[in-house]
Design a protein around this ligand. Sequence first.
Ligand SMILES: [Fe+2]
Length: 120
Amino acid sequence: MKFGDYIMPAEKEGKEKHVPFIEAPEIVKKGEFFQITITVGKEVPHPNTVEHHIKWIQVFAVIEGRPYNPVHVATFDMGPTYSNPEVSFKMKLEANATLFVLEYCNVHGLWENYKSIKVE
Ligand SMILES: [Fe+2]
């Protein structure tokens, strides 16, 4: 058994959407900051109450050629009702990478998505 066994597959989605939507360029320039936006519940807003909310979003990068992966890129810890699970920030890469985004719903657990980014 592995911890990853507890990350929900996208097929488990019900009417409340959890899989984080990632907006980032397909190709970026080496060492230059680019914008990334992550939204949970982009089309159908997820509940945002004390009883049921998105608690955090984490971003990791699996970088091509790096001996140890993943690298932690960012963590956003959100309080219910006052914040919306949409985060935007800048990051940079020195080599091709796949970004993995994890999010935690206090009722429905862990969900993930990923996006590969080419560096030139
Ligand atoms: Fe949920």
